[in-house]
Design a protein around this ligand. Structure first.
Ligand code: IMP
Length: 209
């Protein structure tokens, strides 16, 4: 009997990433495996709050254990902005607008706000919070960070979101220039997932069948 954990997303990339990085004898499901699941809004004040809300909400809706994450970019010179508003920093999604265009608008706004910030003050970090919950109980919460500097222009075409303006010193390049393997080793999401591994090993995994 395989144990089942729902990854609270319909993004198959995130499920592939989790199942590849977490060594656990479970069957990973996505929200697409369930019908009529209502979306849990990401309206919390922190990444941890959003991850907790989604994990508890989707665990209750599916009656399974659920893993949810929330992530974003925090820039020191902007007092931690865009933070939990990273995805919609430059305004709400326009009907039919492609993700790449939204990312580009967000980067433009960021670079504009930072045009007078000198190199030494362009420090920033990506943060990712992950929560594992059963229907009425949080089982584990982890956080991962990735430290970097905001570049003065977009460099590289890999990744998504703010990757082309996020320079990582240990790589000597932006995440927009990094391969997905290079990024996974040091990324906030990778670190949050790696922090979950020892906790998951200690938990009694559920059997749903
Ligand atoms: P979510 O946690 O997938 O909802 O991500 C929120 C937003 O944060 C994304 O839309 C991106 O703008 C930004 N973000 C989160 N993780 C990354 C990353 O690894 N690279 C670039 N941008 C990211």
């Amino acid at each position: 009997m395989k144990r089942k954990i729902v990854v609270a997303t319909t993004n198959t990339g995130k499920i592939a990433e989790l199942s590849a990085m977490l060594d656990a004898d479970v069957q990973w499901l996505s929200l697409a495996d369930f019908e009529g699941i209502q979306e849990v809004p990401e309206d919390g004040a922190t990444f941890a709050e959003n991850a907790r809300k989604k994990a508890l909400g989707y665990a209750a809706a599916t009656r399974c254990w659920a893993i949810a994450d929330d992530s974003g970019l925090c820039v020191d010179a902007l007092d931690g902005a865009p933070g939990v508003h990273s995805a919609r920093f430059s305004g709400p999604k326009i009907e039919g607008e492609q993700r790449g265009l939204i990312d580009h608008r967000n980067i433009e706004k960021l670079l504009d706000l930072m045009k007078d910030v000198p190199s030494e003050n362009r420090t920033a970090r990506f943060i990712c919070s992950i929560c594992l919950a059963k229907p009425d109980e949080v089982l584990a919460e982890t956080e991962g960070k990735c430290q970097g500097m905001i570049a003065k222009e977009e460099i590289g075409e890999n990744g998504f979101g703010y990757d082309p303006v996020f320079f990582v010193e240990s790589l000597g390049k932006t995440l927009g220039q990094a391969s997905s393997e290079e990024k996974n080793k040091i990324s906030h999401r990778g670190n949050a997932i790696r922090n979950l591994q020892p906790i998951l090993e200690k938990l009694q995994l559920p059997t749903n069948e």
